[in-house]
Each structure stands twice: as structure tokens, then as C-alpha cells.
Design a protein around this ligand. Structure first.
Ligand SMILES: Nc1ncnc2c1ncn2[C@@H]1O[C@H](COP(=O)(O)OP(=O)(O)OP(=O)(O)O)[C@@H](O)[C@H]1O
Length: 365
């Protein structure tokens, strides 16, 4: 409670009377009533009520710099506002710096558009040391489709390590040189905690023990579920049970993100919603699931080019940016692809280990 009363937006005459009466800091007025303040400062009761309202409103709205927290709490608040970069600066910009900690982010898109690639990129990027602007974390990667390829993670990790070592060479800063001793391929792989869930029961069980696992591994800053859709869209006949389970999962994941101050990233497939006059490609799992994530990024194709659309607010148009997938990972588009035949072949490249899907249409409750 150190903030000076003089720094609040009060009328100069009232401010002068308060200070003259000994009310110099917020601490001094903490426990006084309006009547006491009016009497001691020689101001009207109305003015005293207004003064207390202004001081309390400013304090509650967080504009005050009063001592309300420990340094550890302040550090945790700062870390909670951090984001994980995607290595596509255009997408980072629309996300406000990257995929935010403390929130659930859903990545939707048709097959092959790059959802798993973005997940693997994030699994590496979350480990970037703080001196490079990263969050120096670890990843939990829950794979329900067998889409995780460790060879691909190696490529993405090597590219990221090289990127940071080039920065180190250019800047010659001691903290970066020290950090690079730990930011190695082996460490990135060993700090990616991989779980394979082959059906809905295994996924639900994994989500239930997730909180304890994170509590024991406090460096975890990212949980990925790739994909949340697969186990819930296959072998699920009872749609109301599915909706109930999905609501439970959504609540668990929201709690995990906020309690542990970590990012939760889910991938979701697209499905065709058949309306009376038109058919629309929409994220799967139904409309109530649409509220599970704070951020929903929809990846899509336009010809051979890949785009990411972020719905920033329900009353605003989507913000769309272009991205590409290179051998280094998820990236900005630097220039028009000169070799469209090459890009076309990349579009049709299929991960042979991914589990086959039974259908791409579903009833939307
Ligand atoms: N080493 C690489 N170099 C360039 N592009 C690659 C490389 N590896 C994968 N890709 C691209 O990534 C695409 C696969 O993306 P990804 O597996 O992320 O799709 P997805 O959206 O997860 O699809 P699904 O819904 O089927 O799981 C490939 O078709 C290819 O275009």
C-alpha cells in the first residue's frame, strides 16, 4: 500500500487537504470511513466518498502500483502472460505474441493442412530459453492418431537449435552462450513427454492424471492433444454421452491451463454441416465443444497455399495469415512458391503411420 495519494486523479484542492491532514499514501486511507476522512481532512462528506471511490476503483482495476503481491507472485503473473512462438511471425502477431500460456487453443483443419506439424513446432518452441524470448518449458504430447513422427521432431528441433545458435553468434551475449549448452537436440527430445492413447478410455484416463504429472514436472508449459477429435468421432454411437464427456474434458483442460499456467493445444478435424440451403465445412465435435477453447485457429487450403484464420472475437471477421511448411517446420511465407508442382506433391504427402478415419461427416448436435 505504498502508492501516494497525490498520484491519484483527485481535485488539486482536495489532494492538498488530504496530504496536509497526513493522508499521504494509500495505506493512510486504507481503514478510514468517509465521515472520518471528511472530518480530519476538512472536506465535505460527498468529497470524501468520491475520494474513497476513486482510490478503491483504481486499486481494484489494477492501475495502482500498490504492494499487493509477493515478488514470486509477480513473476508468476508475468510468466502466465507469456506465449509460445509458432515461428510464423504473421500468426504470432494475430495471436498477440504466439500461443498463450494459461489458455486452451484449438487448431482445426482438413487432413494434411499442417495441424500436427504446428503441434510438433510448438513442442520444440516451448523449450526455447528465456534469453531468446522463449518460455524455457517442457511438453506433454498426447497422440491419439499415431501422427507423431520423432524423425520430423528431430528436423524441427535441429532447425530451432541452429536458429538460436546463429543469434548467439551474432549477439555474443554470455547468457545466450550458457543457454545454448543446454538447448540441444537431445535435451529437446528428452523434454518432450510422449503419450499414445489408442481410444477414448485411454485418453480420458490420461487427462485425469495430467494434473498430477504436471505438478511433478513443473517445467511443463505445454500440453498437446493431437487430436481430440479422433477418439470421439470413432466408435461413438451415444451422442449425448459424447457431449457430456466432451464437456468434462473441456472443463478439465481449462482448469489445467489456468491452474498450472500452461498452454493447452488441441487439434480438431473438420466436418461437413449440411444446412437447408448449403453445406459448410466446420470444426468437428459439435457446437457446444466450440466454447471449449479460448482461441480457435482454422488452417485451410486456398489452392496449394496454406492459410491460418483466427477468430479474434465473435463480432469480428476472422484474421487470416499465410503460412508454409518447410523441411525446417512451420514458417512464414517469404515469397510466392516458385515450384507449385513441388508444393502440390507436399499437399498429397501422407504420414503412413496415421490411423485411418472412418468418416468425415457427422451429425452436429
Ligand atoms: N519434411 C517436410 N517438409 C515439407 N513439408 C512437410 C514435411 N513433413 C510434412 N510436411 C507437410 O505436412 C503435411 C502433413 O501435415 P500434418 O501431418 O500436420 O497434417 P494434419 O493437418 O495433421 O493432417 P491430419 O488431419 O491428417 O492429421 C504433409 O502433407 C506435407 O505437406
Amino acid at each position: 500500500m505504498q502508492r501516494e495519494v497525490g498520484s491519484f486523479p483527485l481535485a488539486p484542492s482536495v489532494r492538498a487537504k488530504l496530504i496536509a491532514a497526513g493522508f499521504s499514501t494509500l495505506q493512510d486511507v486504507a481503514d478510514v470511513t468517509a465521515t472520518e476522512l471528511a472530518r480530519e481532512a476538512g472536506i465535505s462528506e460527498d468529497s470524501a466518498v468520491k475520494v474513497l471511490q476513486i482510490l478503491r476503483r483504481e486499486t481494484q482495476s489494477g492501475t495502482s502500483v500498490t504492494l499487493k503481491h509477493t515478488a514470486l507472485e509477480l513473476l508468476e503473473q508475468e510468466q502466465a502472460q507469456a506465449s509460445i512462438i509458432t515461428f510464423c511471425s504473421a500468426l504470432d502477431e494475430v495471436l498477440g505474441g504466439g500461443v498463450p500460456l494459461t489458455q486452451v487453443t484449438e487448431i482445426c483443419g482438413p487432413p494434411g493442412v499442417g495441424k500436427t506439424q504446428l503441434c510438433m513446432q510448438l513442442a520444440v518452441d516451448v523449450q526455447i530459453p528465456e534469453c531468446f524470448g522463449g518460455v524455457d518449458g517442457e511438453t506433454v504430447y498426447i497422440d491419439t492418431e499415431n501422427g507423431f513422427l520423432v524423425e520430423r521432431l528431430v528436423d524441427i528441433a535441429n532447425a530451432c537449435v541452429l536458429h538460436c545458435s546463429l543469434i548467439t553468434q551474432a549477439h555474443q551475449q554470455d547468457d545466450q552462450k550458457i543457454a545454448m549448452q543446454r538447448f540441444t537436440l537431445n535435451n529437446i527430445l528428452s523434454q518432450t513427454h510422449y503419450f499414445s492413447c489408442q481410444n477414448c478410455a485411454e485418453l480420458l484416463a490420461q487427462i485425469l492424471v495430467l494434473s498430477d504429472f504436471i505438478a511433478q514436472n513443473t517445467k511443463i508449459k505445454l500440453v498437446i492433444i493431437d487430436s481430440i477429435a479422433f477418439p470421439f468421432r470413432h466408435s461413438f454411437d451415444d451422442l449425448s454421452l459424447r457431449t457430456r464427456l466432451l464437456n468434462m474434458v473441456a472443463q478439465q483442460l481449462i482448469n489445467i491451463a489456468s491452474q498450472h499456467k500452461i498452454a493447452v493445444v488441441l487439434t480438431n478435424q473438420m466436418t461437413t454441416r449440411i444446412g437447408s440451403s448449403e453445406s459448410l465445412l466446420v470444426p468437428a465435435l459439435g457446437e457446444s465443444w466450440g466454447h471449449a477453447a479460448t482461441n480457435r485457429i482454422i488452417l485451410h487450403w486456398e489452392g496449394v497455399q496454406r492459410f491460418a484464420a483466427l477468430n479474434k472475437a465473435s463480432n469480428q471477421k476472422d484474421v487470416t495469415v499465410q503460412f508454409q511448411i518447410t523441411h525446417k517446420g512451420f514458417r512464414d511465407v517469404q515469397a510466392v512458391e516458385p515450384n507449385s508442382a513441388k508444393t502440390n506433391s507436399a499437399k498429397s504427402e501422407i504420414n503412413p503411420r496415421k490411423r485411418p478415419r472412418e468418416h468425415d461427416q457427422e451429425h452436429q448436435p
